[in-house]
Design a protein around this ligand. Structure first.
Ligand SMILES: [Zn+2]
Length: 132
């Protein structure tokens, strides 16, 4: 064990990336999996209420929005084409159904993707997550 590990074991402990991302995707603290990650819809808590792990180091920025757009558009475009070929709905039906569907899916996916991204940053000790 190095001197740094003796002094600050939490800084050298292994942080499983998949587990941290799953915990974050569930809206839980990537460190303990108990405390709530968000204080509101997309506002990340400064620290975990359960284990007091600092979470303010996260820098998800626009990443979750870009990933959400990528996933929703890649799901929506083929579905749009397939439903048009299969049923030939009116233009208004297509606009309303796919517009509402894209909005609902995006709003549902944003916190999941942001939580997973915060979990990834925590596990990889990015942006100050690895500092004392
Ligand atoms: Zn925690």
């Amino acid at each position: 064990m190095t001197d740094a590990a003796k002094i600050t074991p939490s800084l050298t402990q292994e942080r499983p990336t998949g587990q941290a991302m799953l915990r974050g995707a569930r809206g839980r603290c990537p460190a303990c999996g108990e405390g709530r990650l968000f204080t509101s819809y997309l506002k990340v808590a400064d620290a975990c209420p359960a284990c007091h792990e600092d979470l303010h180091h996260q820098r998800a920025d626009d990443g979750p929005a870009y990933l959400t757009i990528l996933i929703v558009s890649h799901l929506g475009a083929p579905l749009l084409l397939a439903s048009f070929i299969a049923w030939r709905p009116s233009a208004m039906t297509m606009i309303l159904s796919f517009g509402i569907g894209a909005i609902v899916l995006s709003l549902a996916m944003l916190p999941v993707i942001k939580g997973a991204m915060v979990g990834l940053q925590w596990a990889r000790r990015m942006h100050g997550f690895g500092r004392a």
